[in-house]
Design a protein around this ligand. Structure first.
Ligand code: HEC
Length: 597
């Protein structure tokens, strides 16, 4: 429908402009008209890719084409250099800036500096203001007119949000003056918190070329009426968890879409005008198969078939590295995948994890044992799956660092029988045993308890036991404790009550509460941020929003605290140690506070 509307709309607008009907078409819209089909600088002939690359390095890394570091002069003649001076440090990767603290860091995206509208993925994404009468005479319905009006409101809101209405647009000369002398396009002195940079003309030209492309386009995966999302599932994932996760994500999106359709119906009936643009959310399930070295290819094929705006939640027991690297390489956000083995790389941008997974658990346990004054023999037994190996490696390091003594470590290649455990428990009397075992092996700890009266205490990972409630019954014993990186059941239940009620109302049975709550968390966080991002549809802005807002909006989650700072990628940072008094959730008794290693 919109494809039909577009050319007509242009004609109407042009005739209005030519007729000079004052007040009807604002300067804003004239600017808009002239840039609707503007090609991004990156694709303009004459803008060399290497020029953009130079600009990008200045902006993101603070490195000049000579290889020397960028230098800036901050207040009180403080010299900033390299990453500290890089524009990204304040204006962020998206260029939308931020308003943390007392200083407003202004947006410097291509459109906000140079006055261009976001270049739509499809031309019909841009709609604009016109008066309903004119539209009617052009054969457009009131509903269509309302929808176009909504587009104008959207543009005005985005513009107000981005600050472009507060000043005229920049050109290259004005930009250079702002960067060199700290004087903005209106002649106002910029706050000294914007550093001054003595850039050479060619450096300035590269930086300006880069800024012209910055957040110029709506991110892929967003079309005129749809936003595409994916959720990635590793092979070998428990089908019950997979179904539980998909049901929550699908229901959440259906719910949202239903609300949207209601809005459109009300709009068509003429009772309301849309105040922002609505798009259907579509979920794609990216099931992976085969060995992990083939996953990148599979992901690329999925993304070619249908690009997505972001990956939401996801499941897997093996290392998340192939998906993490795909997300980083293609600059596609991956929000809260449910994984035991995240990639521990603080400098990466596009994947945001719930926690550091097994590494967090291992470090929390080492901290706990050390603070308890544990001085006897500590032995860890672990499976040869990736999660267990990661945990054992992290525990070895943390324990050795804390005590100067390495734990005894034993890897299991085969599933051990009862005799193995009996022998083990006799080998080192009064041992404190740490078991990093996949769920199917975990219940075997029972054999150990039966045999090993010598064992002082056994520590298990709650994450590795996910979905193994029966396992918990088997191991309930006064000498069994769990590393429990989420909130205690009683507290958690109160917090997630609303989410539970939502699931109940939608007919979703609680088949795997942890996976479901985490899926719900990922969906609500993305939902909230997309709604609040003023139709910018920038993947980078989405991630910056998560950094900024997570933990401030009373998210319903199973974790006691969630927070991220700029550049942080692990939202929940601690763990409890609990005693297993019995198989029920309420029989988990904390023996530690919230440990943040
Ligand atoms: C230490 C933080 C910081 C760094 C680093 C920084 N800026 Fe800024 N910048 C600011 C602040 C704060 C403002 C807003 C000042 C004001 O409004 O008075 C600003 C404003 C601007 C403006 C004016 C925007 C407008 O709307 O008029 C431009 C252009 C700009 N910065 C470009 C850059 C470029 C290019 C770089 C990197 C070479 C950079 N900035 C690095 C903090 C920073």
């Amino acid at each position: 429908m919109k494809n039909l509307v577009r050319p007509r709309l242009n004609r109407i607008l042009e005739s209005r402009v030519l007729a000079g009907v004052a007040g009807l078409v604002t300067a804003l819209l004239i600017a808009l008209l002239s840039v609707v089909h503007q090609t991004p600088a990156a694709e303009r002939p004459g803008t060399d890719a290497s020029v953009l690359e130079t600009g990008r390095r200045i902006y993101r890394e603070g490195i000049l084409p000579s290889g020397q570091v960028l230098q800036g002069l901050a207040p009180a003649k403080v010299r900033l250099a390299g990453q500290d001076a890089a524009c990204i440090t304040c204006h962020r990767r998206s260029g939308y800036g931020s308003s943390e603290g007392p200083v407003e860091i202004r947006p410097i995206t291509g459109p906000t500096l140079f006055g261009a509208q976001l270049t739509p993925v499809t031309a019909d994404l841009v709609s604009t203001h016109t008066d309903p009468e004119a539209l009617a005479s052009a054969g457009l319905s009131l509903a269509q007119a309302a929808r176009l009006n909504a587009g104008t409101l959207r543009f005005a809101r985005t513009a107000a949000f981005a600050g472009t209405r507060q000043r005229p647009v920049y050109d290259d000369t004005a930009l250079a003056r702002a960067i060199r002398e700290g004087v903005d396009v209106t002649g106002r002195a910029l706050s000294p918190s914007m550093p001054r940079y003595a850039l050479e003309p060619d450096e300035m030209a590269s930086l300006a070329a880069y800024l012209k492309t910055l957040s110029l386009r709506v991110s892929p995966g967003v079309t005129a009426d749809t936003i595409h999302f994916a959720t990635v599932i590793q092979p070998g994932t428990d089908p019950v968890r997979r179904d539980a996760l998909l049901q929550v994500l699908r229901t959440f999106m259906q719910d949202r879409n239903l609300g949207m359709r209601t809005e459109i119906r009300r709009e068509t009936a003429g009772t309301v005008r849309l105040k922002r643009t609505y798009r259907e959310w579509v979920l794609h399930v990216w099931d992976l198969s085969g060995t992990s070295d083939t996953w990148a290819q599979q992901l690329e094929a999925y993304d070619r078939a249908q690009p997505v705006f972001a990956m939401v939640s996801g499941l897997g027991n093996a290392s998340w590295r192939p998906i993490h690297e795909f997300s980083e390489r293609y600059e596609i956000p991956c929000i809260f995948p449910q994984v035991d083995v995240p990639v521990l790389a603080e400098r990466d941008f596009y994947t945001v994890y719930l926690s550091r997974g097994m590494t967090l658990e291992a470090q929390a346990l080492a901290r706990f044992l050390h603070s308890e004054g544990e001085r006897g023999a500590v032995m860890q037994v672990y499976g040869n799956d990736e999660a267990s190996v990661a945990a054992a490696g992290a525990f070895r390091l943390a324990w050795t660092t804390a005590t100067g003594v390495a734990p005894v470590s034993r890897v299991l290649d085969t599933v051990p029988d009862a005799a193995f455990w009996q022998k083990l428990s006799r080998q080192i009397p009064h041992v404190t045993l740490v078991l990093w075992l996949p769920p199917q092996d975990m219940v075997r700890a029972q054999a150990l308890m039966a045999a090993g009266s010598q064992v002082r205490m056994v520590y298990l990972s709650a994450s590795l036991m996910t979905g193994q409630r029966t396992g918990l019954a088997a191991i309930a014993d006064s000498r069994v404790r769990l590393i429990y990186p989420q909130d205690l059941p009683a507290v958690r239940d109160t917090r997630v009550e609303l989410a539970r009620r939502w699931m109940h109302n939608k007919g979703i049975a609680l088949s795997d509460e942890k996976s479901q709550m985490n899926a719900y968390l990922a969906a609500t966080v993305v939902g909230m941020l997309v709604s609040h991002s003023m139709d910018t549809y920038s993947r980078e802005f989405l991630l910056e929003g998560i950094e900024h807002r997570l933990g401030t909006a009373l998210e319903l989650s199973i974790y006691p605290h969630l927070s991220l700072g700029p550049g942080q990628r692990y939202a929940s940072k601690g763990s409890y140690i609990v005693q297993v008094d019995g198989p029920a959730d309420w029989q988990l008794r904390p023996v530690s506070g919230w440990i943040v290693p």
